[in-house]
Design a protein around this ligand. Structure first.
Ligand code: ZN
Length: 293
């Protein structure tokens, strides 16, 4: 499932072809993704210009000239492909390679600048919704979200306040979108490893009794920001590579330190531990039981 860095990478990949461009034609090949598309989906998009393409947590927000906002979520398996001024040859090759996946091309945006942006989603957990900008504050999908982890609002004091008195694990607290938005299994594991904090540790132990942050909270916030920045940077390099190839964006390989590394040596300098996998809240947690306290 894409997490914040993947969605941010997708945003950066779509921005050059969508921002400032007009939806010349919109094809909705299905009427439902995770939820039904609005009945007037095509009519509310066609002819409108995208003033800006933003992101909130794992949602992409296209701000339209009409005063509407198009909300897009990749779900489990959603992806976008971009065609911008590709030659005939490239287009043919591309269609040949991707032919088996075309059945999952559910929404196609033909932009006024000639770019074609295709949303493909085999499992259809992705979603698209149109909300008037004036009502965005009340939008249920966004309203309950906690702060953006890379924003200034998210700091040790804020995180400690949110974890004060919480008996749940740090892993569970950081996975809670109301506490901090956009983190999932992978980056929670990675951030906890960088902060040398055990995923099993009680969330409340990053705050003192009055709710003020301790040194663990500081370390954790620094680790979260660093791990996301690194991943977004890796995504940026993958975008530069992908622009030279088939236009698919948002998929890239990271060098994870613990995620999916069960049984392998811990990479913390001086640590002789081995990465362990446990199950928390039905999801795999990867961590080093030696250096993560
Ligand atoms: Zn270790």
């Amino acid at each position: 499932m894409p997490e914040l860095p993947e969605v941010e990478t997708v945003r950066r990949g779509l921005q050059p072809v969508m921002e400032g461009a007009r939806f010349a034609k919109v094809e909705a090949r299905r009427h439902d993704l995770r939820w039904p598309l609005p009945k007037d989906f095509v009519a509310r998009l066609e002819g409108k210009t995208i003033a800006g393409l933003g992101r909130r947590a794992k949602y992409l927000l296209a701000d339209l000239s009409s005063g509407d906002v198009l909300l897009m979520h990749l779900g489990m398996s959603g992806s976008f492909r971009v065609f911008a001024g590709g030659s005939e040859t490239k287009q043919g090759k591309y269609h040949h390679e991707r032919a088996q996946h075309l059945a999952h091309d559910h929404v196609i945006f033909h932009m006024g600048n000639g770019a074609v942006v295709t949303f493909n989603d085999p499992r259809r957990f992705g979603s698209m919704k149109i909300v008037p900008r004036a009502k965005l504050d009340q939008e249920p999908l966004l309203r309950a979200l906690g702060p953006e982890p890379l924003g200034n609002e998210f700091d040790a004091a804020m995180l400690a306040r949110a974890c004060q008195g919480k008996k749940t694990s740090l892993k569970a607290a950081l996975s809670d979108q109301r506490i901090v938005a956009g983190l999932g299994n992978i980056y929670v594991c990675e951030a906890l490893h960088r902060a040398l904090l055990s995923p099993k540790r009680r969330a409340s132990t990053i705050a003192n009794r009055s709710g003020a942050p301790n040194e663990r909270a500081e370390r954790l916030v620094d680790a979260i920001k660093a791990v996301l920045k690194d991943a977004i940077e890796a995504g940026g390099s993958s975008l530069r590579d992908h622009r030279r190839t088939d236009g698919e964006i948002g998929l890239f390989q990271h060098n994870f330190r613990v995620y999916d590394r069960e049984g392998q040596p811990c990479v913390t300098p001086g640590c002789s531990g081995t990465v362990k996998r446990i199950v928390q809240g039905g999801r795999s947690t990867f961590f080093c039981p030696v250096c993560q306290k």
